[in-house]
Design a protein around this ligand. Structure first.
Ligand code: DAH
Length: 346
């Protein structure tokens, strides 16, 4: 009896190890533990075993069963692996680089923004962020921009419903929320939060109700700068912007200031640059930024002592700079997510 079981286990081991497919496995399994299988037959002979030998006999059968089950499990695992390999093709080494790895890259606007920030950071500016949804106060009032200024017109700015329009009676029921039209609002947020001396730049998304064309987009990006300290003059403003534009646009880049008007600076200027290696632009001077000395009324509105402190501010469009740097002739390319365009900046 013991020998018979040993033989069954040994032959089971050989047969099961030689199995090549699931069907093959099932028929081998039937030969051993099926209703007419070799082991089943031995088990059926149990009745003929004398009572006192049954516990020993039962134990031997159980041991044989456990061993055979082990062979089955191993064979099944092998079959499953082979089936999987057949489904997914040749063996894969997951540690190898993908053969057609489409590497992502930074968006050109991100690249330009990072470049601008890195230049200013090297000369002591810190980067700060504002909010895209603003109140009229931060976007206009605190920036000395009167109620009848065209920027505040529904035609020019995206307004959001306020609490009162939702039926809630809030303390600030008359406060209007809007999508900021420029990053200049961050000047006010910064001056209310921190004390001079201040040197910040603030990049971010802005919104205007512009009709989209090659040079206008309802959604665009600006970068704002603010510098407040004692004895700051227009010379400091010009020196900082000269340095910045030369770093950004290359050696030999010149800037010039043209008198202009912004409600939050006095005097105010528009900044043009000329750069010989950008001759493809086709004109000598290209407008690039707005700037000026921070208007005393603005310093007043945030409680900065205008006897002691003065400062300058500037703002420019990131798309415009990217278009100049890369020779892009249509602002809409930036937002279409077309890989043929984006991959050129990888
Ligand atoms: N906010 C202006 C715009 O959107 C740009 C600007 C002009 C920002 C003069 C300034 C500044 O900080 O001093 O066109």
């Amino acid at each position: 009896m013991e020998d018979e079981l040993k033989n069954i286990v040994e032959s089971a081991q050989q047969k099961v190890a030689a199995v090549t497919s699931r069907a093959n496995f099932e028929s081998v399994k039937a030969e051993i533990t099926g209703p007419n299988g070799a082991l089943t037959k031995v088990m059926k002979g149990m009745g003929a075993v004398p009572k006192e030998d049954r516990p020993t006999f039962g134990k031997l059968i159980n041991q044989a069963k456990t061993k055979i089950q082990g062979f089955y499990d191993e064979a099944l695992a092998g079959i499953e692996q082979a089936e999987l390999a057949a489904r997914i093709g040749p063996a894969i080494d997951p540690s190898l680089p993908s053969p057609n790895a489409a590497l992502g890259s930074q968006h050109p606007l991100t690249k330009v923004r990072e470049e601008i920030c890195s230049i200013f950071k090297q000369i002591g500016f810190t980067v700060t962020e504002g909010t895209e949804v603003e109140t009229e106060y931060f976007c206009f009032d605190a920036l000395n921009t009167p109620a009848d200024h065209p920027a505040r017109d529904l035609q020019d700015t995206f307004y959001l419903p306020n609490d009162a329009q939702f039926g809630n009676v809030s303390k600030k029921a008359d406060e209007r929320y809007l999508l900021r039209t420029h990053t200049s609002s961050v000047q006010i947020r910064t001056m209310l939060k921190e004390k001079p001396p201040l040197r910040i730049i603030s990049p971010g998304r802005c919104f205007r109700r512009d009709t989209v064309d090659a040079t206008h987009s309802a959604n665009f990006h600006q970068i704002e700068g603010l510098f407040i300290d004692e004895d700051v003059t227009v010379r400091d403003l010009k020196a900082i912007l000269d340095y910045f534009f030369e770093r950004l646009l290359g050696k030999g880049t010149k800037t010039r200031f043209r008198p202009h008007f912004f409600p939050y600076t006095e005097p105010s200027f528009e900044v043009d640059f000329s750069s010989s290696h950008l001759a493809k632009l086709g004109s000598d001077w290209v407008e690039i930024a707005g700037c000026g000395m921070v208007e005393p009324a603005v310093l007043d509105s945030v409680g900065i002592d205008q006897e002691k402190y003065s400062g300058f501010a500037f703002g420019m469009g990131i798309e415009r700079i990217a278009m100049i740097l890369y020779g892009i002739d249509d602002i809409r390319y930036f937002y279409q997510n077309d890989a043929r365009f984006l991959s050129q900046f990888a």
